[in-house]
Design a protein around this ligand. Sequence first.
Ligand SMILES: *Cc1c(COP(=O)(O)O)cnc(C)c1O
Ligand SMILES: [Zn+2]
Length: 422
Amino acid sequence: MAVHYRLRCKECGKTWDNSPRSFCEDCFSPVEVSYDYDALKKTVRREDLASREFNMWRYSELLPLSEDFAPTGAVGGTPLVASRKLASRWGLQELYFKNDAVCFPSLSFKDRVVATALAAARRFGFETVGCSSTGNLANAVAAQAAQQGFDACVFIPADLEPAKVLNTAVYGARIVRINGNYDQVNRLCSQIADRFHWGLVNVNLRPYYSEGSKTHGYEIAEQLGWRLPDNVVVPMAGGSLIGKIAKAFRELVTLGWVEAKPVKFFGAQATGCSPISDGVKRNLQRFEPQKPNTIARSLAIGNPADGPYAIKLIRESGGWAEDVSDPEIVAAIKLLAESEGIFTETAGGVTTGVTQKLIAQNRIKAHETTVVCITGNGLKTTDAIAAEYPATEAIAPRLDAFEAYLETQIGTTAPATVSAKA
Ligand SMILES: *Cc1c(COP(=O)(O)O)cnc(C)c1O
Ligand SMILES: [Zn+2]
C-alpha cells in the first residue's frame, strides 16, 4: 500500500513531511494529516471492504499507516445499537447508540486513537510511548503498548477514578501522578516530548493519534447502510473526536461511498467543565478556559486544544452544544442502562443527558436519524453512581426468608401476583 498522505497546517496550509510534530513551524497552528483523495479512489473501493473483518483496520487505506503496517490485533468494530425504548420515550423514529463502551481492547473509543498513534510511533522509531490522560487514554496506551512491546509511561492528574488508574497499572505501564489538573499535566508533557525521545500519543504524535477517531465515524456510516445520519451527538473533551467524525463523513462523500447530506453536529459537555458548549451558547469568538469540577473526569479539559475548531464545526453544521449537571449525568447513566442495556461511564451520561435536552429544545426532531456516541464503559466510573445503589440486606437461604423479604420489599406474599415481570 503506497502512502498517500502528509501533514498540513490547518491555518496556513503549508505541508510538512510525515514526522512526529503537532504544529506548523511557520505559524504555530496545529497540523493535521491530509490525503490525496484522487489516489485513494484508485487504491480502494467500498466493495473491497466486504471481505474484511469488522474492526477499524478495514479502513486502513484512509488512515495514516506506513506501507509495511500489519495490525497486531482487532480494535474498534463496535455495535450501532438501534434504540427501541428511549426512541419511543423521546418520540424519535430513528435513534442509535454507537457503543464504544465495548471497544476492544480497553473499553473506550481511545483504543482507536492509540492504534493509529502507536503505528506512527513504530514507524518513527520510538521505544517509549506515553500520554497525558484523563484516564481512558492511559488505559488504551498501556494495553496496546504491552501487546506491541513498547515501554509505556503515562501522566495523569492525581485525582483520577481508582478504576481507571488500576486499568492502566495492570498492563505494567509506569504511571506518573501529577498534583494538578489535566491542563497542567498536558503542559508538562509538551516539555517532556521536547526533552526525551518519547512518542507521546496526544502530544508529538497528535496528528496521527486523532485520525484514529475517524473510524468511529466510518463505522456509523457503514452500519447505517452506507448513509449519513441527520444528527450526531458527541462528547467533547479536547474537542478532537467531533471534528474527526465530521472529517470521516466528508471523506466518505469525497470518495463517493455515501451520498452527500447535511449532518448537524451536537457537542456535549458536563456543566462543571463546559468551555466549548459555553462558547457555542454565548456565541463567543474564542472559548474561555475553565477550571474543571465534574464527575465526568474523562471530559474534564478546561482548555481544549481543538475547542475553536469544534465551535466552528458545530455552528457551521447548524448544530448546537449543551451541557448537563453531575446529577443529570448520573440520571442519564441509569436511564441508558435501564432502557437500552448499555452501561456507560460518565461521558456517555453526558451525551445521553444532552440528547434528552436537545430533544426538549426541539433541536433534534422526531423524523430525523440521530446517532448518540457512547465512548466509554461504566465499569470504569462506578464511584460516580455507587451511592445510588446501597447494598441490600442479606437473607437466610430459606423460602420463608425470601417470602418475608418479598413482603417487606413489595408488600406481597402471594406468589401468583409476583410474575416474572414484577
Ligand atoms: C477522550 C474522551 C472523549 C473526548 O475526546 P476528545 O477527542 O478529546 O474531545 C470522549 N469520551 C471519552 C470516554 C473519552 O475518554
Ligand atoms: Zn502554518
